[in-house]
Design a binder for this molecule. Structure first.
Ligand SMILES: *Cc1c(COP(=O)(O)O)cnc(C)c1O
Length: 234
């Protein structure tokens, strides 16, 4: 069943890639496995998926311990500074950096653990009150400050677009994130790379690919609906 879901998502990704004249290797599916058990995640792994997304530190850490070590774990949820130390060595990329303070903590822990941490800046493009993320006009100066920190590398931008019935409604959001990344690239800030856009979820990943997404974060369309009542902490 997971295998069939994956085939369908991958087919949709391939056609969006083709429509937009991009290359298949420039787009990567992150299977968002939050709340899902290891047994189900292993089905996706066995079908060839190596990129998984989690939004809770504890869940990422325990799945990291249990699952094969060639998995790239993406931290996509809001991150508290006091939990940074648990994932700096386990997350392949942290997509949800939304403050200088958090970046400072990541830099500090990464230095301690002798590694460099790849991050994305989360942008609240639609200015939704319910969402985390920098506002569009904060991104550039925040990037400049974070860029000066050791052991941390800005790779691009991430956004969680609004929940909409028609994915077309989010096209302008994705386009705006892309434009922001172009604007930042043009500033030529040392130690800032803008090769990665993380945008698009189950409802709108095809549009996101058409607008330049490198990572699409797809949960429901791969693993089915999430049941939050089973495990309250999620
Ligand atoms: C849960 C989640 C997703 C996946 O959402 P679906 O609609 O289930 O595909 C993507 N990104 C973030 C940040 C999430 O928290």
């Amino acid at each position: 069943m997971i295998k069939d879901n994956l085939s369908e998502v991958q087919r949709n990704i391939a056609s969006a890639v083709k429509r937009s004249g991009r290359r298949e290797e420039d787009v990567c599916l992150i299977a968002v496995s939050k709340t899902k058990p290891v047994s189900l995640i292993m089905e996706a792994y066995d079908a060839g998926i190596r990129d998984f997304g989690e939004n809770k530190v504890q869940e990422l850490v325990s799945k990291y311990e249990e699952m094969p070590k060639d998995i790239r774990w993406h931290m996509i949820g809001h991150l508290q500074t006091n939990k940074v130390k648990y994932i700096v060595d386990k997350a392949y990329m942290i997509h949800s950096v939304d403050s200088l303070k958090l970046a400072q903590q990541i830099s500090k822990e990464a230095q301690k653990q002798n590694k460099t941490c790849d991050i994305l800046l989360e942008v609240n493009v639609a200015d939704e009150l319910s969402k985390f993320g920098l506002s569009c006009d904060q991104v550039c100066e925040t990037a400049e400050m974070i860029a000066k920190l050791p052991a941390i590398r800005i790779r691009g931008l991430m956004t969680v677009a609004p929940y909409v019935d028609d994915p077309e409604k989010n096209r302008t959001i994705f386009r705006k994130l892309k434009q922001l990344s172009v604007d930042i690239t043009n500033k030529n800030i040392d130690n800032v790379f803008m090769d990665t856009l993380s945008m698009g979820m189950s409802g709108d990943y095809e549009v996101a690919i058409e607008e330049g997404a490198k990572y699409v974060r797809v949960g429901t369309s791969v693993f089915g609906e999430r049941n939050y009542s089973i495990n309250k902490e999620n």
